[in-house]
Design a protein. Structure first.
Length: 186
């Protein structure tokens, strides 16, 4: 197993980023931007095109999240956590299913991607999770847990061992985030 220095740096930035997100620290965003920039390169090289494109999306949504979190602090300085309605939860789940089907079909048909459906599932659920997290919804952590459970074996199959390990840590951090954000919701 040979570890790329770019993957190693992205992994380090990812650990710092998600730890800061769980703690609801706005300082997660500079690390997020660095991490996703490096992972775009790593995933493109591994022919995980959905995940490579996802990093570009993450870059834009992280800029939005930084702005949103900066203006959404409680008087204590903490970022406020909110909940989705029952109907909104159903709509997000249905949207994920449709997006996975559509994206997987496109990537399968038009690229030489390895594991287009598996990779597309990680990507589309991640899109929903990132948007919800940028909007400070605790339900984002449920989706991140699902992403981690799907992504870990995918990255192992692609010999991205550091990234698989990172997603293992992300899984634990996502559980922590779910517990903490559920307690903090308004």
């Amino acid at each position: 197993m040979q570890v790329s220095p770019i993957e190693a740096a992205a992994t380090l930035f990812g650990l710092i980023n998600v730890t800061l997100v769980v703690r609801r620290s706005i300082w997660n965003y500079p690390f997020a931007l660095a991490m996703v920039s490096l992972y775009a390169w790593v995933f493109f090289g591994a022919k995980l095109y959905s995940d490579a494109l996802l990093q570009l999306f993450y870059f834009a949504v992280n800029l939005y999240g930084w702005w949103n979190w900066a203006r959404s602090r409680a008087q204590t300085g903490e970022v406020r956590v909110e909940s989705l309605s029952r109907n909104a939860r159903f709509a997000w789940l249905a949207g994920c299913a449709v997006a996975i089907a559509a994206w997987g079909a496109l990537v399968h048909r038009f690229t030489d991607a390895t594991y287009p459906w598996w990779d597309g599932s990680v990507a589309m659920i991640s899109v929903a999770a990132q948007i919800l997290q940028s909007r400070r919804k605790w339900e984002s952590w449920v989706l991140w847990i699902l992403v981690d459970l799907i992504a870990i074996p995918l990255f192992m199959v692609k010999d991205l061992w550091l990234t698989a390990g990172l997603y293992g840590v992300f899984f634990a951090l996502s559980v922590w985030g779910l517990v903490d954000w559920t307690k903090a919701r308004t």
